[in-house]
Structure formats: C-alpha cells, structure tokens
Design a protein around this ligand. Sequence first.
Ligand code: ZN
Ligand code: ZN
Length: 126
Amino acid sequence: MIRRNTPAKEAVLNILTLAGKAMSQDAIEQEIDLEINRATIYRILNSFCDDGILHRIVADDGKQYFAISDKSDQNKKFESHYHFKCLQCERIECLPVEVTFSISDDYLVQNVNCILTGVCKSCRTL
Ligand SMILES: [Zn+2]
Ligand SMILES: [Zn+2]
C-alpha cells in the first residue's frame, strides 16, 4: 500500500529536512505555515517515528526532539547513534557514531538515548 503524504505531512518533513537538525514539536509548529492543530502535528510526528522516517530524542531538558532518520545505511540501527546538544545555540544534531554496549541477554533493549552536551563546531569557530 502506498501511503500518500498529506500537505501537513509534507510540511513537517520539509521543515525537518531543511533544518538539518533535531527540532521540538514547538519549534516545528512555529515554522509551519499551514493551519494545523497541535494534536495533528503530534500524530504526524508519531506516525513518522513508527515508520522509521523520523526518530525521537529526549534531551537533557526532558523535552522531545525529532530528527530525520538517515537511511543511507540500511543495515544500521538508526536509533542507536549519539546525539550532540550544543549548550550555546541549543542545536541538537545526530552524530554518525553508533552507540555500542554489551548487556546481558536478559534485557530487551527497546530504546537507546545517548546525548552528549557541549559546544558545537560552529559555535567553537565563532
Ligand atoms: Zn552551537
Ligand atoms: Zn539522531
């Protein structure tokens, strides 16, 4: 079944693609120029996460951020990479660094949330 993207879905995806960083729902709402209510945006974000188009990041402030999943390497698990949050510009980006760990098989890992904080590349060169 081919799922057709609605204009609202297209808009959310466009904003995140152009941003090239993770965004909170609030930030996405501010960028969107269509009349969409919060609940709809929330539903869109969740369905994109379920489809693996987006992934969710919980930052150190407890807020949820959303980022485009990089599908360039189909064999990798996209959930398990590090994220970097800049404490100066508050930009959150995906790092191309896989999170590796070893844990007993007794545990079923369903989510990995690793976020590094510091000063990003562009803030350091300012
Ligand atoms: Zn920065
Ligand atoms: Zn990411």
